[in-house]
Design a protein around this ligand. Sequence first.
Ligand code: ADP
Ligand code: ASP
Ligand code: MG
Length: 417
Amino acid sequence: MARLVMKFGGTSVADLDHIRNVARHVKREVEAGHDVAVVVSAMAGVTNQLVQWCRDAAPLHDAREYDAVVATGEEVTAGLLAIVLEGMEVNARSWQGWQLPILTDNAHGSARIGDINGAELIKRFKEQKQVAVIAGFQGVHKDTGRITTLGRGGSDTSAVAIAAAIGADRCDIYTDVDGVYTTDPRLVPKARRLDKIAFEEMLELASLGAKVMQVRSVELGMLHNVRIFVRSSFERPEDIDPVKPPAGTLICDESEIMEHQVVTGIAFSKDEAQISIRRVQDKPGVAAAIFGPLSDANINVDMIVQNVSADGKTTDLTFTVPSSDYERANAVIKKARDAIGYDVVDGSTDVAKISVIGIGMRSHAGVAARAFKALSERNINIRAITTSEIKFSVLIDAEYTELAVRTLHALYGLDKG
Ligand code: ADP
Ligand code: ASP
Ligand code: MG
C-alpha cells in the first residue's frame, strides 16, 4: 500500500467524459489499496476565459480580485470529480485551498506556497479511506485570508507541495503526453520519451520553455525529494497492466540515473524580446545605468551581449526581456537616456530562444560549438548566446524556431530511430 498524489491537467478534465475517465484512474489506485490525494486543474480553456474576463472588466485590475476570479476554475473540477467518484462508490470529498489550508505569501497571481497542513488528509485516509480531491493552482494568504493563485500551470506545484506535505510515495502527473520528451513532441514528431530525467535538467527544460511542468513544481520536488512521474491520462484505466511499469518519465535525483547522454533535451521559447542599445558610451557605470532601472521596474533581463568598442568610446549592447515586458522595457530605457548616454534603441519581439540542456555538458567540451556550426550551415543567424554549466541558449529569428530545434535534435542524436 502506498500513498499517492494524482494530478490531472486541463485537457485531462476537459469535460464530463474526461472527468469520468479520471475517476476511473482514481478508482483503480484506490482499489489497489492506495491512499489517494487528487489535484485537478480547471477544465481546458476555462482559466484563459477567466483571465480574459478580468482584463475586459478593467485592464488594470486589483490582483486580489483577479485571484478570486481565476481560482474558481479548479473549484468546479474538484467538486465535479468528487461527485463522479461518489457515484462510483468511492468515498471522496473536494477541498479548496483555504480549507486545507494551503498557505501562501501575498504575491497575488504568482504566490508561493509556505505551508500545507497534511494532517487532516492523513487522518481521513486512515479512518475512512477517503480520497481528497483538491483544487490545484490556489491557496490562501496566511495573514489576510485572501485567495491566491500560484501562476499559470500552478496545479503542478500544488500537487508536488501536497505530495511533500502528506509524505507521498509518488506524485503522478497525468497529462496529455505520456511523459517528458527530448523536446516538445508537438513540434518534433521524432522526439523521444525519456525514462528518467534529473531534477536539475527538468528545472532547466521547464524554465527555458517546456511547459510540461511548472518550474516551481520541479524546484519543490528537488527540495523535498518527491518522486514525480509524468504519464498520460488518455490511457484507458482498464488497459493498464497492474504489474508492468507504466509508460512515463520519472523525474528524480541525478544519482538514480545510470547513463547520461551529453544532451538530454531541447527547449524553446518565443516569449522573448530583444532590445539593442546602439552606440552606448563605453565607460564604467553604464551597465548599472541600464540594468538598475530595469530591475527597479521588476523587468527580468535574461541574455546580455556587449561588444568591446573599437574606438574606446561607444559600443552596442543587446539584451533580452520577456516579450510581455518589451514595451515597458523600451520606455524605461528611453526615460534613462540621459543617464545612460546612447544613440538609438531598437529591438524585436520576433525572436526565439533555443536552449540545449544536459548534465553531460559538465564533462564534455565543444558541445555548443557543434550547434553554432550546424545552425550556420542552415543559414540561421545567432543574435545572442548564453551558457552555463548544464545548458546553453541561442537567440534567433522566430521564423527559424522549428528548423533550429529539429537541426539540433538530430545533431545530438536525440531523434527516435
Ligand atoms: P496540463 O494541462 O496537463 O498541465 P500542459 O499543456 O501544461 O498540460 O503540458 C503538457 C504539454 O507540454 C504537452 O502537450 C506538450 O505539448 C508540452 N511540452 C513541451 N515540452 C515538452 C517536453 N519536452 N515533453 C513533453 N511535453 C512537452
Ligand atoms: N488552470 C491553471 C492554468 O491554466 C493552472 C493549471 O492548469 O495548472 O494555468
Ligand atoms: Mg500544465
